[in-house]
Design a protein. Structure first.
Length: 180
């Protein structure tokens, strides 16, 4: 089998500015949420293009769902997307959010009938891992990221991630935060 190396693009999304978080911002965030029995509806700004809940903070516009995910799980979704199980783009209920990739989002949309046509979002799934990528994967695992979205993001099998997590492979490699 011919293997292909993919370049992991991290330009599209940014890590949350966690070191800049203030109680004032956190209060501002939750003041914009209307918690119903199911979805927690965003009362703040909605993006014009796609209708997602957004909030500005430290000079940048963010998807509100990313903060909601962080506030509950203490994990920055970066570099993954926060996707909705409820299909409601203004929902910030963390129990309706899961981490995934662009490919997951496209598949999800196709399954739910929001998009038609071939899945162009899926990345090739035959990355050759090296120490550099492995150190990042180990870091995401140490932060509580789930194995399935990680496998998809890095373009490897879930078994590959499981083996790595159990120390069956790449034993000597130390976890390293990709943002540093
Ligand atoms: Zn919801």
């Amino acid at each position: 089998m011919e293997e292909k190396r993919i370049i992991v693009s991290m330009n599209k999304l940014r890590p949350l500015p966690l070191d800049r978080l203030t109680q004032k911002f956190i209060d501002k965030f939750w003041n914009r949420v209307n918690k119903t029995n199911t979805c927690w509806l965003w009362q703040g700004t909605i993006s014009i293009a796609k209708g997602y809940a957004i909030i500005s903070f430290v000079g940048t516009v963010w998807y509100a769902s990313r903060f909601a995910y962080y506030f509950r799980h203490r994990v920055d979704p970066y570099p993954l997307l926060t996707l909705h199980t409820c299909d409601n783009r203004i929902c910030v209920n963390p129990t309706h959010l899961f981490l995934g990739t662009e490919g997951d989002n496209t598949n999800d949309m196709v399954n739910k009938g929001r998009a038609k046509g071939p899945d162009k979002g899926t990345k090739p799934s035959n990355t050759i891992l090296d120490e550099y990528l492995v150190s990042h994967i180990k870091w995401y695992l140490s932060q509580g990221y789930q194995q399935r979205p990680l496998a998809k993001f890095f373009g490897v099998s879930q078994t590959c991630i499981t083996d790595l997590n159990r120390g069956k492979t790449w034993k000597g490699i130390v976890a390293r935060d990709p943002k540093i």
